[in-house]
Design a protein around this ligand. Structure first.
Ligand SMILES: *Cc1c(COP(=O)(O)O)cnc(C)c1O
Length: 413
């Protein structure tokens, strides 16, 4: 089917929660092709999911082997892939005594974290979770309530109680949100959806101290920043801080749906049989995919590549930003979770790049989020930088034609 036909079928039969334009039919590494045969440089990676790129041969082989051996058994039975995967995650986490629980998505992993914190606090009268404004934690009722953004909550009242909000990178506001009923503070080390906003250097370590003083848990949502995206296994490792537990999903299965809770020793044995469960969590097939992902990150030294390529991409983006100081204000992020911060909406730039054969993602209004796979090459980054430079040049001229000052041309926020 061509794109037009697919779009027509989708309009008729899918609940319109999404508004896609492209129909993608094939991927390899950093490239994807649409239904009309056009190739794109994929700098979204399925929103930080395809950390080892499309159809990595090692993952393809692992999934193919496992699908013909054993797909699913239910958690009524052992399946060796689960403890093997849990061991790898626990070791990379650096959390002493860490143990894992497997589920199927980021929202589900965070929902599990919330339940874990509440069960931990249940005999202490602690149940409230403090989350950050502009955060993103998912779309289930509890996780959209945890998400500090009105736009995901509107229309879904009554929301579950037991959540309070504070400002990211503002310890004082967290202190003010803590009550005797607070069980945990939940943060992203680097807010992705909220606009690619990294924690400030001292913020997480001070927050760790605050949580320890108050006897409450520090939980990290690593759904987007985890699995090597920032050049370390997990985002909090950029800050020399250990949370009590954290959630994973997106990059964990490189597109095979799997999420996880990784809990340190204070929480590792709080859930006991009967407290929490999911039918599909940690199937042999999902775990085989995730184990292959971890092996590829290790064997191909993708953490080092992420740091190197991230630095290289930032350098190139800064050069472009310097040429357009009037409407590009900043390049920020860690590793390969990067944002080009504009003073104008980012959607026109995203669209222009798409026309030129590059996928990127307008985020939080004025930020162009760039998330290439962690095995992206310097050549691919050069290609991307060329396209971004070209698109910015064209946009600049279009804005100048409308008004000598781009901030007054109707594109301003
Ligand atoms: C994407 C995301 C989620 C939600 O994950 P789903 O798999 O879509 O449920 C939660 N937290 C963060 C930080 C995310 O980026």
């Amino acid at each position: 089917m061509k794109t037009g036909e697919i779009a027509k079928l989708q309009k008729e039969y899918l609940i319109p929660t999404y508004a896609p334009e492209l129909a993608l039919v094939e991927g390899s590494g950093t490239s994807v092709w649409d239904a009309d045969g056009n190739e794109y440089l994929d700098f979204i990676s399925g929103i930080a999911v395809l950390n080892i790129g499309h159809c990595h041969p090692k993952m393809v082989r692992a999934v193919q082997d496992q699908v013909g051996t054993l797909v699913h058994v239910s958690n009524l039975y052992y399946n060796e892939k689960q403890p093997l995967l849990a061991k790898a995650l626990a070791e990379h986490s650096g959390l002493p005594g860490a143990k894992c629980f497997f589920c199927n998505s980021g929202a589900e992993a965070n929902e599990g974290l919330i339940k874990l914190a509440r069960l931990w606090g249940s005999d202490k009268g602690k149940y409230e979770i403090v989350t950050m404004r502009q955060s993103f934690h998912g779309r289930t009722l509890a996780t959209l309530t945890a998400t500090g953004q009105e736009k995901v909550q509107t229309g879904f009242a009554p929301l579950p109680s037991g959540f309070a909000y504070a400002n990211f990178n503002d310890l004082r506001s967290i202190e003010e949100a803590i009550t005797p009923h607070t069980a945990a503070v939940l943060v992203e080390a680097l807010q992705g959806e909220g606009g690619v906003i990294p924690a400030e250097p001292e913020f997480l370590s001070n927050l760790r101290k605050l949580c320890d003083e108050r006897g409450i848990l520090l939980l990290c949502d690593e759904v987007q920043a985890g699995m090597g995206r920032t050049g370390r296994w997990f985002g909090f490792q950029n800050y020399d801080v250990l949370p009590d537990a954290f959630s994973l999903a997106k990059g964990l299965g490189n597109g095979f749906p799997i999420g996880a809770i990784v809990a340190g020793e204070s929480l590792a044995d709080v859930f006991q049989p009967g407290h929490h469960a999911t039918t599909f969590g940690g199937t042999p097939l999902a775990c085989a995919a995730a184990l292959a992902v971890i092996e590829v990150i290790e064997e191909e030294e993708l953490l080092a590549n992420t740091m190197m390529m991230g630095a290289y991409l930032v350098e190139g983006l800064c050069e472009i930003a310097a040429k357009h100081k009037k409407w590009i204000s900043e390049v920020r992020g860690i590793g390969l979770l990067l944002g080009l911060v504009l003073d104008v909406p980012a959607l026109p730039l995203q669209k222009k790049l798409q026309e030129k054969g590059m996928l990127s993602l307008a985020t939080a209004g004025n930020i162009l989020r760039l998330l290439p796979p962690l095995n992206v090459s310097q050549k691919e980054i050069d290609l991307a930088l060329g396209l971004v430079a070209e698109a910015c040049e064209e946009l600049h001229e279009e804005m100048a034609a409308q008004s000598p000052n781009p901030c007054e041309c109707g594109m301003g926020q």
